[in-house]
Ligand binder design. Structure first.
Ligand code: G
Ligand code: G
Ligand code: MN
Ligand code: NA
Length: 250
């Protein structure tokens, strides 16, 4: 498959880069972190979305090498930020469940000097589909090191609530499909309110994803949401644009 060959080449020749989208802490009223988002500029195809190439990387096992590169690059960049600014990294289920994963995290931390408490790993519910035991074990090991774990795209899976009961997440990211209608649609608003309350009761932090306008922001503030992420505050940016976002205010 051509895309597979191209991905292999991309990893060897440095065609990947990271963009960073700020996560704004409404309680502290400042940027509290950035999510690393993988970008691939192919010499002929141009920019290829991770939605297209991550599944191929997963099928072919290339996700391991690509994911390792993401960890090293993201931690390297984040090590230069102020102490209160975290880096969030998306991890595919295949990567998370692989035996070598913890070693990659440890190596990225030690090589960059980034304190573990400033690293947050984002996983989705799909990580549980192939069995829960290894996942629980990995979550405990990461948290014992001080690394934080977030449940991404919350609310879109089949049994989100049962996972919350059994697994020690530090943070829940409310999927943007619920945020879109939060200001106009009473059902979306009720769901968001319930998730915010649930997270508070479980002592988990909350981020609302895909916040695009002021009316959504006003609702989320009203509900007591901890953090917002989305085009309203900033799109994902290149490394060079991070420094000017650090002091920015909503
Ligand atoms: O930034 P964008 O909307 O293009 O991201 C599309 C999808 O790709 C999102 O679901 C995001 O979580 C995923 N993604 C982005 N970067 C990474 C990465 O480094 N690793 C993995 N596994 N997924 C990523
Ligand atoms: O699956 P995950 O939540 O990791 O995906 C994050 C994706 O959401 C990224 O591809 C990012 O580019 C995209 N994104 C971030 N903010 C917004 C937003 O405000 N609106 C929309 N439509 N997409 C967003
Ligand atoms: Mn994410
Ligand atoms: Na998400």
């Amino acid at each position: 498959r051509q895309l597979e060959l191209d991905l292999r080449e991309a990893l060897m020749t440095g065609q990947f880069r990271l963009n960073f989208q700020p996560i704004y802490n409404l309680k502290a009223d400042r940027v509290g972190g950035f999510e690393a988002l993988l970008r691939w500029n192919h010499p002929i195809r141009g920019e290829v979305s991770p939605v297209q190439f991550i599944p191929v990387a997963e099928e072919t096992g290339l996700i391991m090498g690509i994911g390792e590169w993401v960890f090293h690059e993201a931690c390297r960049v984040a090590a230069g930020w102020p102490d209160h600014v975290r880096i969030a990294i998306n991890v595919s289920p295949i990567q998370f469940r692989s035996p070598g994963f913890l070693a990659i995290v440890l190596q990225a931390l030690s090589r960059s000097g980034l304190p573990p408490a400033r690293l947050e790993i984002e996983i989705t519910e799909s990580v549980f589909l192939d069995g829960e035991d290894n996942v629980l074990n990995m979550l405990h090991q990461l948290r014992a090191m001080g690394v934080r774990v977030a449940l991404d795209d919350f609310g879109t899976g089949y049994s989100s609530l049962s996972y919350l009961r059994s697994f020690p997440f530090d943070k829940i990211k409310i999927d943007r499909s619920f945020i879109t209608g939060v200001a106009a649609d009473p059902s979306s608003a009720a769901i968001v309110r319930a998730i915010v309350d649930l997270a508070a009761a479980l002592h988990m932090e909350i981020t609302a994803e895909g916040v695009e306008d002021d009316s959504q922001l006003a609702c989320l503030r009203g509900e007591g949401c901890d953090n917002i992420q989305g085009y309203l505050f900033s799109r994902p940016v290149e490394i060079a644009a991070i420094q000017q976002l650090l002091p920015a205010k909503l």
